[in-house]
Structure formats: structure tokens, C-alpha cells
Design a protein around this ligand. Structure first.
Ligand SMILES: Cc1cc2nc3c(=O)[nH]c(=O)nc-3n(C[C@H](O)[C@H](O)[C@H](O)COP(=O)(O)OP(=O)(O)OC[C@H]3O[C@@H](n4cnc5c(N)ncnc54)[C@H](O)[C@@H]3O)c2cc1C
Length: 344
């Protein structure tokens, strides 16, 4: 089949590789120029799952790992700290991972897909444009959070133990992150609905030797698939963040996007004519609990979360996350979760 993929991010590069491997005629269209194409992200995810996806495309994930986390330190608004045991959370070279997959693919860089795209030249067009969702109708229930980050090097070793570190904002309105990568480099950034980005200025104040290499910014989608319909329009099919495959509590979308690719490929392999209904149902089923998590995040943001009234919803979130512990790469602990929800 002749397939166009809009967007060469995690979903576009993985799908491009897999579909070409299966014998399809694939062309990727990417809005950035080749020289400046950057995997916008803090490059943190669970190795437990990325090892499998890397194997699918013939890559050895160990060669991409930058930092293997042991503990994540979390600063909370009540001046308390919480530590999460890490069971697979790493940072990895996401840029190289994606670019290695694109090497043998036809990629038209500097090509911004829009409604003028020659849709009818292809059997299917995949919208893998992430946040932009450039080829699908807008969703009326979309929700995005502003975010930006710096790639830095040489943070002050005395004020920093070079481990995963986050600061949770009151009302779950966002968080600051410090994600170590390699050679004294790290991502320092924040997502914040109020655009105050507490922690970034403070980080540079406490780390005068930190040198900024790059400033990267774009919002992150928090609305889950249930709120990001339609997933398709004529021969266009959305995969990844474009249809809300991002974990709403963390703005974490690498693994959710790949899980969405997996669903797409399973449905695509089944018959000559893509079963749109089956794809929709499977995506909604897989990411069903993301909607519970999203509800909790929004209630918290609006100051309406009641630990009594919303107890069943919170327990549902806990048990779904506990089942998926390996996929998160950090311990899911009920006491800690309760303390976090109360502190935020
Ligand atoms: C600052 C920041 C930090 C993050 N950190 C993490 C993290 O540590 N871990 C994690 O799991 N997730 C993180 N995320 C979320 C994660 O990066 C995304 O959810 C994930 O990359 C989505 O994958 P995707 O393939 O759907 O879209 P993307 O990876 O965003 O790829 C979309 C591609 O489409 C291209 N594009 C956009 N519009 C067009 C168009 N009109 N035509 C052609 N091409 C187009 C873009 O240039 C891009 O290359 C972060 C996001 C941000 C913004």
C-alpha cells in the first residue's frame, strides 16, 4: 500500500520503519528542516517497554541509554520531599533513536502538511504530527499545557546529585523537571498551566556554572484519546499524541504513542481495508483509564478534588497504574500516591 506519514517524531519514525519493513511504500513528510529536526522532549521513559519496541526495529536499546535512574526526588508544596524508587526509568538518546529509524526511509523535510496535502495520492495518510494534529479536525475537548525546557551542561555538582528530580506545583498545575542525560548534560524544564515555571529560574540561581545549550519549547497535550476524537477523517488516521496518547498526570507520551502504534499495526495487518471502527475501539479501551487520571488532574487543578467523594476514582487510577508499574518505570505505591495527592 502507498502510505504517507505526516510527522517524523516517535510515532512517525517507528511506524514508517515498521510499515516499510512489511513491504509498504512509505513516504514521511516532516515540517522541520533536516539539520534542525529535534526530538522535542526530556527523553525520559521506561526501558522495560522501550527494549521491546527497539527490538521490533532491530535496535539494541542499551546503546541509546544515557542515564539509569535509581531514585526520583520530588519536592512538594508543603516543603516536604518524597522519593520514588525507580524500576526502569531512564533517559535515552531519543534524537538518535528516531533518526536511526529514518535513515532508510524517504523523508521529505521542510514540508508542512496541511489541508492542501495530496491525500488522494495515498491509500492512507497517518497524522503523526503530535500536538499539532495538522490533518485532523480540532477536538472541542482538547486540553494542552504550556511547557518549555533547556538542554544544559555542567550543573553545579555540589547542589545537585545528578538524579531525576521534580518539583510538583500546588493544585497539580504543572511541575518542574531535572532529567540527567550524558556528559554532564541534563534537561531542565517545566510545564505549567499558569506559565510561572517555578524552579527554572531557581535552578540557574543555584547552578551558576550551568551552561544553556538549547532552549526548546512547545505545549504538551493532556487530553486523553476519549476527548480527542475523531481519530480519523476520510483516509487520514491519527496515531500518537495527535489523538491524545499522553499520560495526563505527567505529560509523558513516548510510550503511550508507541502503544498506539502497536494497536494501529495490529489492526492494519488484519485486512486490506483498514477497520477504522476496530482501531477506535481498541485505542479507547487501551487508554480508557487515562480518562480517569485526566479527570483527577482537572479536578485537582480546579480545587474540586475531594478525597472522600472521589475515592473510588482515585482507587481506580491507583489499581490501573499499579498493573502498569513496569511501563512507568517507577514504583506505584498507594501511601506515597495519597501523600502526593494531599500535598499537591
Ligand atoms: C518539553 C517536553 C518534554 C517532554 N518530555 C517527555 C518525557 O521525558 N517523556 C515522555 O514520555 N514524553 C515527554 N514529552 C511528551 C512526548 O515528547 C510526546 O508526547 C511524544 O513525542 C509524542 O510523539 P508523537 O510521535 O505523537 O509526536 P512528536 O514526537 O511530537 O512528533 C511530531 C512530529 O511532527 C512534526 N510536525 C508537526 N506538525 C507537522 C506538520 N504540519 N507537517 C509535518 N510535520 C509536522 C514535528 O516537527 C515532529 O517531528 C515531552 C513533551 C515536551 C513538549
Amino acid at each position: 500500500m502507498k502510505i504517507a506519514i505526516a510527522g517524523a517524531g516517535v510515532a512517525g519514525s517507528y511506524l514508517g520503519f515498521m510499515l516499510q519493513k512489511e513491504g509498504h511504500d512509505v513516504t514521511i513528510f516532516e515540517s522541520s528542516k533536516q539539520e534542525t529536526h529535534w526530538a522535542v522532549c526530556a527523553w525520559g521513559a521506561s526501558r522495560n517497554i522501550l527494549e521491546k519496541f527497539s527490538k521490533d526495529v532491530g535496535l539494541n536499546f542499551n546503546e541509546y541509554i544515557f542515564h539509569v535512574g535509581k531514585k526520583l526526588r520530588m519536592e512538594l508544596p508543603n516543603n516536604k520531599e518524597e522519593y520514588l524508587e525507580l524500576i526502569g526509568l531512564v533517559t535515552y538518546n531519543k534524537q538518535k533513536w528516531e533518526h536511526d529509524l529514518l535513515k532508510d526511509l524517504t523523508v521529505n523535510y521542510n514540508f508542512k502538511c496541511s489541508s492542501n496535502f495530496p491525500f488522494m495520492d495515498y491509500d492512507y495518510v497517518l497524522d503523526c504530527t503530535g500536538l499539532h494534529r495538522s490533518l485532523l479536525p480540532k477536538s472541542t475537548t482538547d486540553f494542552i499545557i504550556p511547557a518549555y525546557e533547556y538542554l544544559i551542561e555542567n550543573p553545579d555538582k555540589t547542589s545537585n546529585d545528578n538524579e531525576f528530580y521534580v518539583i510538583g506545583y500546588k493544585g497539580a498545575r504543572g511541575y518542574f523537571w531535572y532529567f540527567p542525560i550524558d556528559k554532564g548534560r541534563a534537561f531542565v524544564g517545566a510545564g505549567d498551566i499558569d506559565r510561572k515555571y517555578y524552579g527554572i529560574k531557581e535552578f540557574f540561581h543555584n547552578n551558576p556554572s550551568a551552561k544553556i545549550i538549547k532552549k526548546i519549547g512547545r505545549p504538551i497535550r493532556l487530553a486523553p484519546p476519549k476527548r480527542m476524537e475523531p481519530f480519523f477523517n476520510k483516509n487520514v488516521i491519527g496515531v500518537g499524541e495527535s489523538i491524545g496518547c499522553v499520560f495526563p498526570m505527567l505529560g509523558e507520551g513516548i510510550i503511550p504513542s508507541l502503544l498506539c502504534c502497536e494497536i494501529f499495526l495490529n489492526v492494519f495487518d488484519k485486512s486490506k481495508n483498514f477497520d477504522f471502527k476496530l482501531y477506535r475501539n481498541l485505542v479507547l479501551k487501551k487508554f480508557n483509564y487515562y480518562d480517569d487520571v485526566y479527570k483527577i488532574v482537572r479536578l485537582k487543578m480546579e480545587g474540586k478534588l475531594s478525597t472522600i467523594k472521589h475515592f473510588p476514582l482515585m482507587m481506580k487510577m491507583y489499581s490501573s497504574m499499579k498493573k502498569d508499574e513496569k511501563r512507568f518505570g517507577f514504583e506505584i505505591n498507594l501511601d506515597k500516591m495519597n501523600r502526593l495527592v494531599n500535598a499537591l
